[in-house]
Design a protein around this ligand. Sequence first.
Ligand code: PBG
Length: 341
Amino acid sequence: MPDTHGHNPLDLPSRPRRNRRTPAIRGLVRETHLSAAHLVYPLFVHEGGDEPIDAMPGQTRWSLAGLVAEAERAHALGVPAVVLFPKVAASLKTPGGEEAHNPEGLIPRAVAALKQALPGLCVITDVALDPYSSDGHDGIVNDAGVVDNDASVAALVRQALSHAAAGADVVSPSDMMDGRVGAIRSALDDAGYTDTGIMSYTAKYASACYGPFRGALDSAPRPASGGRHIPADKATYQMDPANAREALRELDLDVQEGADIVLVKPAGPYLDVVHRVRCATDLPVAAYQVSGEYVMIKSAAAAGHLDERAMVLETLMGIRRAGADLVLTYFAPQAAAWLAE
Ligand code: PBG
């Protein structure tokens, strides 16, 4: 029988386009949702005034006051959480990264200021030594030129305790040392911080996508300082980009050690890993759209090659569709504003 346009239809029992015909139908059958409630906003803080970050157009190194104001702006747009990264003065950097657990350090003060101004904001802190390490590593480089796992874990535990004491809701080890989640969990519990959560970087890859971030913090590895051998990259602790099964091994360990949230990083080039982790655990999964992913979109949009808004919303949706509950993204307030329109 001819269709309503008088044509003889193909004999197709299944026409998927029927479910795409109108915005209402598309909305009814939509499988994945993206909202501000899923977003975590990474913020940079330093001693000094607010200053633009050349390596990351549109991002700022905030003063403490600027940090609070920016967090207020994001929170008002519906962003529920921030994660903090410090740029530490070169004069405070040491091979052992001792400034990382200074109870009066920048991060404890930033946490306290944020929790005072915005008690409902979820404040997450980064646990790793690289911003504080004169060698630019996430752990401590020993005399043999090796990033010493167990010595590093001891330092990370002290750092996490100082963040919990300042009122952090969640501490987030991004260092990839073995055993740090368990060590942090038991130290937090012994000190009475049983309610402080751990978002573990479970599968963090040795990625080229971190370049702009290292520029923002001046935290890249610094080879051969003072005659010591310093590894030129982070390949002995961050994961090989070729490996996906290994992420599940890291996942098993983090689950056993008491992680509350497990994170995959970067996000976009590792969506298969996000999906595998999603399928292998009932814990919440986070994914981090990192600085390199951010600048790829920013610079292509600035050059007029693509539509920034459409790219941001599509990449964030893709990360959610792969299985992430939470998405860390520098676009958080902008995406929240677009999603509210
Ligand atoms: C290091 C750390 C890095 C990032 C977050 N924490 C960089 C690195 O491992 O060298 C990168 C985040 C980004 O690129 O946006 N602890």
